[in-house]
Write a protein that binds this ligand. Sequence first.
Ligand code: COA
Length: 282
Amino acid sequence: MSDKPIPGGNDVKVEFEDGIAWVHIDRPEKRNAMSIGLAREMNDVLDKLETDDRCGVIVLTGSGEAFSAGMDLKDFFRAMEGLSDVERHRIYRETRAWQWRTLMYYAKPTIAMVNGWCFGGAFTPLICCDLAITDEDAVFGLSEINWGVIPGGVVSKAISTLMGDREALYYVMTGKKFDGRRAKELGLVNDAVPAAKLKDETRELARELLGKNPTVLRQARMAYKYAREMNWEQASEYLTAKADQTDLVDPEKGKQQGLSQFLDQKTFKPGHGNYERAEEEG
Ligand code: COA
C-alpha cells in the first residue's frame, strides 16, 4: 500500500476504500459549483490518482446535497469579466482539462455518482465519466437559458453524444428540470436508484470493475471511445491493431489464460464470468 499523501484537501476531497478512490467535489456550501480554483485542484488530484496504487477505479461525486450546481457564476463567469483573451484561454483550458479530456481518456475506469443537484457545466464531467449512477430523486437541469447564456464549455457537445436531438434541444431550449429516473430514460446514466442504496450500488459496480483485467479494461474503454469517432473502415483497421496491441502489453496475458481455461482445462465459461486471474507475470 502506498504511503503517498492523500491528494486534494481544499475543494476536492479524496477517500480510498479497497481500490476505490471516492473523489468528492467539496464545496457543499456552494452546492459544489465549479470554480477556477476547483479546476486547478481537480487537475492535480486526477493526475496524482492515475499513478496511485490505492486507486483502481474513480467514483466522482459531490459533498452534501449536490453533485454540482454547475460552473460557479461568481468564481468562473464573473471572475472572467475583464480578463485578457490569453488569461481566459488558459482558464478554459484548465477547466475543460479535468471535466472533459482527462476523465474521458483516463487510465483508470471512472463512475459518476450523482447524489443531488446536477446543473449546466456539471453535465460535462457526468458524461465524460465511463459510467454513471444517480439518486432517482436527484435534480438535473440545463439551466443556462434561464440566466441568459448557452450551454457552453463543451456541454452542448457532451449532451449530443448521449441524448437524442429532440430531447437535448427540449431541455436546452426550456431549461426545465428533470429527475434521476428521467436521466436514466434519457441515457445519461446507467441506473437510477433510491438515495439509501446509491453508495452501495456504486460500490458494487466499482468492485466488479476492480475484478477485471485492468489492462484489457483500459484498452477496451479506449477502443470504444476512439472507434466511435471513426468510419467503419478506419474502425475495423484500428480495432484489429488495438486487439493485437492489447495482447502485447497485457502483463497478465489474459487472452491466453482465458482461452486455455475455456478450451483446454474447461474450468470456466466466458459467458458466465471472468477467467481465474493469475498473478501478473511482469
Ligand atoms: N455558482 C455560484 N454559486 C452558486 C451556484 C453556482 N452555480 N449554485 C449555488 N451557489 C451558491 C449560492 O449563491 C449560495 O451562496 P450564498 O450562501 O453565498 O448565498 C449557495 O451556493 C447555496 O445556494 P442556494 O441557491 O441557497 O441553495 P438551494 O439549495 O436553495 O438551491 C440550486 C440549489 C442548485 C437550485 C441553486 O443554487 C441554483 O439554482 N444554482 C444555480 C444552478 C445553475 O443554474 N447552474 C448552471 C451553471 S452553468
